[in-house]
Design a protein around this ligand. Structure first.
Ligand SMILES: [Zn+2]
Ligand SMILES: [Zn+2]
Length: 124
């Protein structure tokens, strides 16, 4: 899969069986539909987060979904704006945005995901 920003191949990382596409160039993360809930280890929390996303108005960077190539739509949760495929293929997080959203929503009480992300960025 290609990074929607840099158009370079992303690395596939694994956290407890969940595959995460990570761009070493820009630090962005792509999560396929459903991977967010798996990552959080809590289907309800994942669904609640997706339901809480509101359409956002951000200067469009014309990012395209790495799965279908359609223009992604900016959406926001708690003031953090992310890009989502209009066909529901997944969500693009710029560097740090996934950690911010998880922290904002208190979705990671054991800091499992946060620790993983920190280690990942240190290596990258
Ligand atoms: Zn990138
Ligand atoms: Zn798509």
């Amino acid at each position: 899969m290609q990074c929607p920003v840099k158009k370079t191949p992303m690395l596939v990382l694994e956290l407890e069986g969940v595959e995460i596409d990570y761009c070493t160039s820009c630090g962005g993360i792509w999560l396929d539909a459903g991977e967010l809930a798996l990552l959080l280890g809590n289907e309800e929390a994942g669904r609640d987060l997706l339901d809480s996303l509101q359409p956002a108005h951000k200067a469009s960077r014309k990012l395209r979904c790495p799965v279908c190539g359609k223009r992604m739509k900016p959406v926001s949760a708690g003031g953090i704006t992310i890009d989502r495929c209009p066909h529901g293929h997944g969500i693009w997080f710029d560097r740090g945005e996934l950690a911010d959203i998880i922290r904002h929503g208190s979705l990671d009480p054991q800091h499992r995901v946060a620790t993983f992300l920190e280690n990942m960025f240190q290596e990258g």
